[in-house]
Write a protein that binds this ligand. Structure first.
Ligand code: GCU
Length: 678
């Protein structure tokens, strides 16, 4: 089969004027659908593409006058060439092919489109699908498809579970360009187009990344990323004018501060003309921000936006702003309310090149949380949906936990704002209100480990996020199966076993950890392993309020914190009422007695016991399921997963026993099945 990569601007004159283009005859004569496909292609925009195969014998021959080969495997690799036909030497390099071979074309209006189309083709082949029937028309749903690194210059990774950073060590860049190359290629292969390379908590060394001390290295990274159509972003320290510039203030309305940022931005663009912009965590978890100066977050973000605007850069401003020094005795302050309370009143006040980055839930990437009510509540503001691929609260890549089903649920959630169908995926993509700058950003899960992600199966989350950011309607099962095929090959038993293990893994993990949407219950600081009261008497706003009678946070309007009122009416009413609140989120929204009967017909306490016994059993079964694959893949792949699954099963037992014992001791209510509880 011949593969032609034909960038549109090489055959369309003049480019970007759909009504007046002409296709060369050599193309239309051998490619009957050329006209239609070119139109489709142009409709896909800069990053989209058309892939088309047509079988042997279905095209006319000849074309000797153009020199265009009848045959195959012609690669037009120089996308900058104008209206260029293959040269004689290029043609001759393919003379081993026949004149009636089937043909395959990748049509795109930009080099990026060709790149993504090529990866589509590779995925198609890698998943064993027939080439001669390939028809695909695709473009990304989201403009920004971004990974946020939480890597620190000292080589550590905040919430990293796959070894040290491959970007930094000892407060310098590793300059491991080979790995970076591989990484960029992997990112592009699933459609990512943006990368922030340092932690949102910007420490002393990283504060200087936007200065001449580090910009040469940063620019080298950008050079590699650019080959794969990925734009580089930097997390910046809001207090940089003081810490790097020696000013006495970082007040966003101070003229000297504004000038300092303008000069800093201009300097960054001297090194990287296509630099993406700044990512900012301000006034959050002890980071500096505009509140120090009595300014609001629009003042802060717009000041940076003004510095970047002349160069085409963006500010990505995080909404993870809450009081992390709360008094646990104070039951009126509700951390879940914080993002909405801080940002919703500012809707319409942000500059056009500001995007607000909003975590998927109101708390912090728990196994189960409702969707953040900020989605849909800021219709005049560019928004990015933030997910966490790194498994901070979902097993730290020691447990298998395929997160794509969770992300799908969030993307499909109907915010019902303005009484219309308004799913999060349309808000994230900006399509709902025709917002220009939107998308999905996710905290990455890779490190220096040989397999990138520590747990081999955690690669599926990274892959899955890329696929969903490109096309949110892709099914979780499709993604799991694709990933399994691309990594392990076409052995059906291997692929099906891994696919089902992945698909079951999130509910297994949820079963043996925090119940019914309550969250936390982990060891403080590192967040691994069960500790029911670990965050109960802390300043972090992370409470479950369990006593001998019941458990849960009352977030209702009448008797609770009123958080439910942040949702549009349909969702507000559904969550506010005990009758209609879904079981899986019950304890997030309501404080109930252990004897409260769920929609499932079980009491809360029996649900806790049953899910924890079941979850631990399911974790043990994962080992047996994996064992059926022994000998069907390279030993190294087999063993590394087997080891992690063994550890997971052990830790699932720990979770089961800690959670069950805690609630048995608190409530005094026995398990109806009389199983062992300590
Ligand atoms: C979580 C995480 C922190 C991180 C923070 C953030 O709280 O535990 O390590 O810095 O999220 O998203 O900024």
């Amino acid at each position: 089969t011949g593969i032609w990569l034909i960038p549109l601007h090489t055959i369309v004159t003049p480019a970007n004027v759909p009504d007046t283009y002409e296709l060369p005859e050599w193309l239309t004569s051998m490619y009957p659908q050329a006209h239609d496909d070119v139109q489709q292609c142009m409709a896909q925009g800069e990053e989209g593409y058309v892939l088309r195969a047509w079988p042997a014998g279905n095209q006319s021959t000849s074309n000797s006058h153009t020199g265009y080969p009848h045959s195959t495997a012609t690669l037009i690799s120089d996308t900058s060439s104008d209206d260029r036909h293959p040269t004689a030497s290029e043609s001759s390099s393919t003379t081993n092919t026949t004149s009636n071979g089937s043909r395959l074309i990748i049509l795109a209006s930009s080099p990026e489109g060709v790149l993504y189309g090529t990866f589509h083709l590779l995925r198609h082949m890698g998943t064993g699908q027939p080439l001669d029937q390939l028809t695909a028309i695709s473009r990304p749903a989201n403009r920004l498809r971004m990974i946020d690194h939480w890597d620190n210059a000292d080589g550590s990774i905040e919430r990293g579970y796959a070894g040290q950073s491959f970007l930094y060590e000892n407060n310098a860049f590793t300059r491991d360009w080979d790995r970076l190359h591989d990484y960029a290629r992997l990112l592009a292969s699933t459609g990512f187009n943006a990368l922030s390379i340092n932690n949102v908590n910007v420490h002393a060394t990283e504060t200087l990344f936007i200065t001449d001390a580090f910009l040469p290295d940063v620019a080298e990274i950008a050079n590699i990323l650019r080959k794969y159509a990925i734009r580089l972003y930097l997390s910046v320290n809001f207090a940089a004018p003081m810490e790097a510039g020696g000013l006495s203030t970082a007040d966003p309305l101070d003229e000297a501060v504004r000038r300092w940022w303008q000069e800093a931005a201009a300097n960054v663009y001297r090194y990287m003309p296509d630099f993406g912009g700044f990512l900012v965590k301000a006034d959050s978890e002890n980071r500096p921000g505009p509140f120090t100066y009595g300014r609001d977050h629009a003042d802060g973000a717009n000041m940076l936006a003004a510095a970047l605007e002349p160069h085409g850069g963006q500010v990505i401003w995080r909404c993870f702003v809450y009081n992390c020094k709360q008094d646990w005795r104070d039951r009126t302050t509700d951390r879940a309310r914080a993002a909405y309370d801080h940002f919703q009143p500012l809707d319409g006040k942000f500059a056009d090149n500001v995007m607000l980055q909003i975590k998927n839930g109101p708390l912090d990437f728990q196994v189960r949380e409702p969707v953040s009510p900020l989605f849909g509540a800021m219709q005049q503001t560019h928004q990015l949906l933030e997910f966490q691929i790194t498994q901070e609260y979902t097993g730290q890549q020691r447990h298998v936990c395929y997160l794509v089903p969770q992300w799908k649920e969030i993307l499909d959630f109907d915010t019902a704002v303005n009484d219309r169908f308004a799913p999060v995926k349309q808000i994230a993509s900006g399509s709902i209100w025709q917002r220009e700058w939107n998308g999905i950003a996710a905290v990455g899960n890779v490190g220096a480990d040989g397999n990138w992600t520590g747990h081999l199966l955690a690669q599926a989350n990274w892959y899955g996020l890329g696929r969903l950011a490109w096309e949110p309607d892709t099914r979780a099962e499709t993604i799991a199966r694709e990933w399994a095929m691309l990594v392990f090959g076409m052995d059906t038993e291997v692929v099906e076993t891994i696919t089902t293990m992945l698909l079951d893994s999130l509910s297994i993990y949820e079963n043996y950890t925090s119940p019914l949407g309550i969250g936390w219950m982990v060891n403080p600081n590192h967040h691994y392993g069960p500790n029911v009261d670990g965050y109960e008497y802390s300043p972090w706003g992370t409470y479950h309020y369990a006593d001998h009678m019941g458990i849960g946070v009352d977030r209702t309007i009448a008797t609770g914190t009123g958080y439910t009122a942040q949702y549009a009416p349909i969702n507000r009413d559904r969550y506010d009422s005990l009758e209609s609140c879904p079981d899986e989120l019950l304890l997030f929204f309501h404080h109930v007695p252990y004897t409260h009967v769920l929609h499932s017909g079980k009491t809360v306490i029996q649900h806790i016991y049953d899910t924890h016994f079941e979850g631990a059993e399911q974790a043990a079964e994962l080992i047996a399921r994996w064992q059926t694959l022994e000998g069907r893949m390279a030993l190294g792949l087999y063993t590394q997963v087997a080891e992690r699954l063994a550890e997971q099963a052990e830790h699932a037992k720990e979770w089961r026993d800690v959670i069950n014992s805690y609630f048995y001791r608190k409530s005094g209510i026995a398990d109806v099945q009389g199983r062992v509880i300590y």
